[in-house]
Ligand binder design. Structure first.
Ligand SMILES: *Cc1c(COP(=O)(O)O)cnc(C)c1O
Length: 407
């Protein structure tokens, strides 16, 4: 079945032509008001936000050389350490069947040489920050909330990113609100927050070359971010990569340290982002309603579970993270659905040690068996509004047949 359209893999907020004229509102102020966060710094990406956070913490706590991160996360998170020597990355396993850090292992890994622990609100879910904060506090380490995929998520009624010492969002393509790459960096601690702003001013120059390139990408997004356009700018490359057996290229997580420019987010793209931000609350609410209905359906399939929020937590839903009963069943589902155009894909292909570019930055030795299980048993289903109920039923029927057949 070849379709000449492609549902986007995540529920990005589409741009309107009018957005490209820009808003008169200031993006940092609007984000602060929208999410009740301190007026954030705006580096060029989520990864740049993390680099700035790490450098700021290094100055406050010299001599601490270990960064603890979830073993299953975006490879860029580990690659950020390259720009913060002599920082080494230490992997922490996940709890079984979820995205939270393994508490027992985190306790063992944290020591006086730990600079920070990264807690990741993966897939828009609200991860457990309290436990990590308690453990990190006991050794004087910081907690950084990686909310790259979770702008708009509420943790106990407040924006994610405010419980930890530092929080950041990403405005990369496909992550909800987009400026074709952009980061949002803040801290609830006003002294640390000012230090983050200072570090950004000091380390991040304006880059005309990058501004022009990213502005062109943002115009491209405004034009092509719909199923017909995505067939050409995403679907064809996806099929080609899969035909060559290159799953890493298919999902675009083949990053290296050279993929991390460090500059600031330019004024024009800020104005475009501010114009689109006005529509984000509605977009997130509709996405939440749609996702909760569909997650309930998926959770009735035997052995299948969607990663959900704990009671009281209200995440965002760029896509549904589905855990299949076994790795062979996940692979069978992907064989049928990855090139179907229906917005079914995988998040990160591997755990961090299996990315060659990441390996030199890692301190190895952790047992990451649950993270490996997560990588081999999960798939993602887009929560884009272009995936209609009828199309979602097609996916559900396929998964139902796969989990019902003995293998
Ligand atoms: C995308 C992502 C990042 C990096 O954000 P960029 O804006 O793409 O640099 C970090 N962490 C997670 C979990 C991500 O998904």
């Amino acid at each position: 079945m070849t379709r000449r359209w492609e549902i986007p893999p995540t529920a990005g907020l589409p741009l309107r032509c009018r957005d490209l004229l820009g808003s008169s509102a200031d993006l940092a102020d609007s984000l602060a008001r929208q999410f009740s966060i301190p007026t954030p710094a705006l580096p060029c990406s989520g990864t740049a936000a993390l680099v700035i956070a790490l450098r700021t913490l290094q100055q406050r706590m010299p001599g601490r050389t270990r960064l603890i991160v979830p073993a299953y996360t975006c490879p860029l998170v580990a690659l950020a350490a390259h720009y913060c020597p002599p920082l080494q990355v230490v992997l922490c396993d996940l709890q079984p069947g979820g995205i939270d850090l393994d508490e027992h292992q985190l306790k063992q890994l944290c020591d006086e040489s730990t600079l920070a622990v990264v807690v990741t609100h993966l897939a828009g879910r609200v991860a457990d920050v309290d436990t990590a904060k308690r453990i990190a506090d006991s050794v004087g380490a910081a907690v950084i909330e990686d909310a790259a995929q979770a702008m708009g998520a509420l943790d106990d009624g407040h924006s994610v990113g405010l419980k930890g010492d530092v929080g950041f969002f990403s405005m990369a393509l496909g992550k909800g609100l987009t400026t074709a790459e952009g980061g949002v960096l803040f801290s609830r601690d006003s002294v640390l927050h000012q230090a983050l702003h200072r570090q950004c001013r000091h380390d991040l120059p304006f880059s005309l070359r990058w501004e022009l390139q990213r502005s062109a990408e943002l115009w491209g997004y405004a034009l092509a971010y719909q199923p017909r356009g995505l067939h050409y700018v995403y679907g064809i490359a996806l099929r080609k990569a899969l035909a060559q057996g290159d799953e890493v290229a298919a999902v675009g997580d083949d990053f290296s340290v050279n993929d991390i420019p460090l500059h600031r987010l330019g004024a024009y793209r800020q104005k475009v982002g501010a114009a689109a931000l006005a529509r984000l609350p509605d977009h997130l609410q509709q996405g939440r309603n749609r996702a909760l209905r569909r997650a309930a359906r998926l959770n009735t399939l035997p052995g299948v579970s969607v990663v959900m929020d704990r009671p009281g937590q209200q995440g965002t839903w760029p896509f549904l993270m589905v855990i299949m009963p076994s790795a062979p069943m996940r692979d069978a589902a992907m064989a049928q659905l990855w090139t179907s155009g229906l917005g079914v894909t995988r998040l990160f292909i591997h755990t961090l040690p299996d990315y060659p570019a990441v390996a030199p930055l890692l301190q190895t030795g952790s047992n990451i068996i649950q993270a490996q299980a997560f990588a081999t048993r999960t798939l993602s289903i887009s929560n884009s509004h272009w995936l209609t109920d009828a199309l979602f039923e097609q996916i559900l029927a396929r998964l139902k047949a796969i989990v019902a057949s003995p293998r």
